[in-house]
Design a protein around this ligand. Structure first.
Ligand code: SF4
Length: 429
């Protein structure tokens, strides 16, 4: 989501006669679009801003948005170094600041673009800006922003506010334009993507509308909340032809007690029921096709005992994931978990992550064996050292000896010849 927001910020600034520079020392404006999910990311921002600020002669303006922009402690810490803090859903603050400063530095060519958006009151308005896509074959399309769930560890509801969905007609228009330009992969984005509802249609209905857009492209979506996965959604995901056979379903923890303290609003039994329904539906609606289920798990949430942690391992073995993104719990200011006792040591968190990673390695190795001998569509994402690297529709990484032609950005038929734990190897068919 932050990546997509950055594309919109860049587009807005360019519309106002500013151009991007690869040399930060030449910049009049430096915009930090921050992520506050992990302390490490936060510390990097402090370091970079501190380094920029050392140059006392520079007139450059430093702007900070994203997760950290609303945090009082961050504003206090950086008050002498940052010229503007603006939460992304208050885009008009950036607009007013940039206009004021361009006039001050004598940019006489300044024109207020047709994309001036401050008259639109809603926090979703900035999403209507046409972004400056950073890639010409994969695009991220935000369909909603914000979150109402208040998971105990998460900063998103504080950083982005409550859920707001974009009008579906605007989303369809953006995707149609991307498909016309030849984009091969469209990822629908939202903090809680499957609670999309613009007052007219829900997420399943939107998925069907996007699927019906003519053209040869793939559809992905992130990130789901299990509590908003219903039968209608499972049916839509598993039956729409362009929607990839990959379902991301964050578990976060396998222990019902930890899930309760995380405020996740489901238990492990409900969760596994959904996993089984998804597997059954893929088999019924796309017979013979490979599919994958992926997840996010946090280790070392405050108070997570060894026995409770073992519940995460149990669910992992049953779900047989194709990928899991692990996070070691890190307390974030302002969240409910900030006040809980962070009593699992760093060493123990690392041990738990390693333990779960071994389980994942077993399930991915087993699942990946099913790919050998099959010819699959692979979107080629990059070429390096004589190899293409791409992804199947189930989001498996594939390494392929490169052809003479430049085929990056194309969907090609690839025969899988070898399965490893973390990737597949193939050859062009
Ligand atoms: S649903 Fe996702 S975005 Fe919302 S609070 Fe929970 S983890 Fe954060």
């Amino acid at each position: 989501m932050n990546h997509s927001d950055s594309e919109r910020i860049a587009a807005y600034l360019e519309k106002n006669n500013l151009s991007e520079t690869s040399n930060i020392n030449e910049a009049n404006f430096v915009v930090f679009n921050t992520c506050g999910v992990r302390q490490m990311a936060e510390d990097r921002v402090y370091g970079q801003i501190h380094n920029l600020h050392k140059d006392k002669k520079s007139k450059r303006k430093i702007i900070l948005t994203g997760c950290l922009a609303n945090r009082k402690d961050v504003q206090k810490r950086l008050k002498d170094k940052v010229d503007l803090f603006f939460p992304i859903n208050e885009f008009e603050k950036l607009e007013n600041f940039v206009i004021g400063n361009l006039l001050e530095i004598g940019n006489l060519k300044l024109k207020i673009s047709a994309q001036k958006i401050s008259h639109i009151q809603e926090s979703i308005a900035y999403l209507s800006i046409n972004p400056k896509y950073t890639n010409n074959f994969q695009a991220f399309v935000p369909i909603m922003t914000g979150c109402n769930n208040f998971c105990a560890y998460c900063v998103v509801p504080y950083a982005r506010g409550r859920e707001v969905s974009r009008p579906h007609k605007e989303i369809i228009k953006e995707i149609k334009a991307l498909v016309k330009k030849g984009y091969q992969e469209i990822t629908l984005l939202g903090q809680n993507v499957n609670s999309y509802n613009d007052g007219k249609i829900n997420f399943s209905q939107l998925l069907k509308k996007v699927d019906a857009i003519p053209g040869n492209f793939r559809i992905l979506f992130v990130s789901n909340h299990p509590k908003d996965v219903d039968d209608e959604m499972i049916e839509a995901v598993t039956s729409c032809k362009k929607v990839c056979e990959c379902f991301h379903l964050p578990l976060q923890a396998g222990s019902d007690e930890v899930l309760r303290r995380m405020n996740r609003k489901y238990n492990s039994k409900d969760y596994l029921k959904i996993v089984n329904k998804i597997k059954k539906a893929f088999k019924k609606n796309k017979p013979g096709k490979l599919f994958s289920i992926t997840s996010d798990i946090i280790v070392g949430f405050p108070g997570e005992t060894k026995k409770q942690f073992e519940e995460s391992a149990k669910v992992m073995r049953k779900a047989e994931y194709d990928m899991v993104y692990f996070g070691q719990f890190s307390p974030r200011p302002g969240t409910a978990a900030w006040n809980m006792k962070n009593n699992v040591s760093k060493t123990e968190k690392a041990r738990r992550e390693k333990y779960l990673n071994e389980i994942l390695k077993k399930t991915t190795s087993e699942n990946n064996k099913n790919y050998v001998g099959k010819t699959l569509e692979v979107l080629i994402e990059k070429e390096e050292n004589g190899f293409y690297f791409g992804k199947t529709r189930t989001l498996k990484n594939v390494k392929i000896p490169a052809a003479k032609k430049r085929l990056v950005g194309k969907i090609l038929n690839v025969k899988i010849i070898k399965a490893n734990a973390w990737n597949l190897e193939g050859k062009l068919n």
